[in-house]
Design a protein. Structure first.
Length: 60
């Protein structure tokens, strides 16, 4: 058998690395105000989710 036999489940990691680099490049192109607005939006969502109460009715 060959040493470099490929498995069906294995995927090349370069695709994931390229996608990650592309995301970083697009994030660096954003202005400081865009970064600020997205951060405040995330903080507001975090506060909303922390204060949320889950209520449910029993099925009986």
């Amino acid at each position: 058998m060959k040493k470099q036999e490929k498995h069906i489940v294995q995927e090349p990691s370069s695709d994931y690395e390229k996608a990650e680099l592309d995301l970083l490049k697009t994030a660096l192109k954003r202005s400081y105000t865009e970064r600020f607005h997205s951060m405040t939006k995330l903080k507001k969502m975090n506060i909303m989710f922390r204060q949320a109460h889950i209520k449910h009715k029993s099925s009986h």
